[in-house]
Design a binder for this molecule. Structure first.
Ligand code: AQP
Length: 332
């Protein structure tokens, strides 16, 4: 079975629809046909200022949401990034291979550091894509399911893998991004020209999977659209309506054109009303299941412990090869 790997950060109390539709849903469907490794990226979560009292809890909440979304920990190796030490160890080797200039070109760093000013951003935020490259390369996956915003980081990962293979010996597989066109970029409901994002969306722009379903329904009903009142799919000229149709299609398994056609002669109010119902039907059981999983922390922690053991068995083998090829003296 081909292998896939991906991670998600525990930086909020809930995943949002962008995380779910852009990434998590693909993890769940890919586990049917692939050997899947999915981790909660807690090391990445400290690259920006964070509250240590919340991090462990959010890590558990993230794992519970992944299981509630349909990940089966018996089939998928589900683990916490900081539990597998090889991630930071390989990251160091890759940092020594990466150019300062190429790391500087990463647009996510530019965007995220712009808020506080580059000087105030952590070095960890700067080297984040290199840790991400280590996360991926350790497991030698064929595919990495992500949203469009991660494409550039995947390119860097491939460049570093190629450089290592060329400089030392063929060690890493070059992974391909697995990006589903339809849901690659879920837009902010209040500002549909931007992506839905936990750090930059306003509360009205983001649907959180664990929010009160009635609140999410209200956000859908107040989503920003446009003034021509024709339900049609055209992301260029009608980003708001098209985003609603994208979410509608993803949650129902229907096509955007077919949904748009079913609203012929009706207005945006009808589209929003029906989508609000679809959203409530979808998030209610998801939320119940997540809360139920969080009630048994011992069971959840045991799943993560088992996942970390399975992950470390793979990661440590790769790291040992890397250390040897780089020329480190073996401690034994
Ligand atoms: N709006 C989105 N549309 C589609 N996919 C998205 N992803 C995030 N936003 C969208 C995908 O979700 C996965 C997990 O993301 P992450 O945990 O790395 O968080 P992120 O990318 O940092 O998520 P945010 O909300 O965008 O956070 P900020 O605002 O901090 O940047 C990834 O595969 C991502 O592509």
């Amino acid at each position: 079975r081909p292998r896939v790997l991906s991670g998600i950060q525990p930086t909020a109390d809930s995943f949002h629809f962008g995380n779910y539709l852009g990434a998590v849903r693909q993890y769940v469907s890919l586990q049917e046909t692939h050997d899947a490794f999915i981790f909660v990226a807690d090391l990445h979560a400290i690259t920006m200022q964070h509250d240590p009292k919340l991090l462990a809890e959010r890590t558990r909440i993230s794992a519970a949401q992944l299981i509630a979304a349909g990940l089966d920990p018996a089939r998928t190796t589900l683990f916490v990034q900081s539990h597998v030490l090889a991630h930071t160890q390989l990251a160091w080797v890759l940092q020594c291979l990466a150019g300062f200039g190429e790391a500087r070109r990463m647009t996510q760093f530019k965007d995220k550091s712009a808020k506080e000013g580059e000087g105030a951003a952590s070095v960890g935020l700067f080297t984040y894509p290199i840790l991400q490259a280590a996360d991926i390369l350790l497991y030698r996956p064929q595919y990495v399911p992500v949203g469009e915003d991660q494409r550039q980081h995947l390119e860097l990962t491939r460049d570093l893998a190629q450089r290592f293979n060329h400089r030392y010996a063929k060690t890493f597989r070059l992974p391909e991004p697995y990006i589903l066109k339809e849901t690659a970029k879920i837009a902010d409901l209040a500002d549909p020209t931007r992506k839905m994002s936990k750090s930059s969306s306003s509360p009205a722009g983001i649907i959180e999977m664990l929010d009160e379903p009635a609140r999410s329904a209200k956000k859908v009903r107040s989503a920003v659209t446009d003034s021509d009142a024709v339900v049609a799919y055209d992301p260029e000229t009608k980003p708001g309506v098209s985003n609603l149709l994208t979410i509608f299609a993803a949650l129902t398994g229907r096509g955007v054109e077919e949904i748009a056609a079913s609203f012929e002669g009706r207005g945006y109010g009808d589209l929003k009303g029906e989508l609000a119902e679809v959203v409530v039907e979808f998030v209610t059981p998801f939320r119940d299941r997540t809360l139920e999983l969080l009630e048994d922390r011992t069971a959840l922690d045991a799943i993560l412990r088992d996942g970390a053991e399975r992950a470390a068995a793979v990661a440590d083998t790769t790291l040992a090869q890397v250390y040897e090829r780089v020329g480190f003296l073996s401690p034994s």
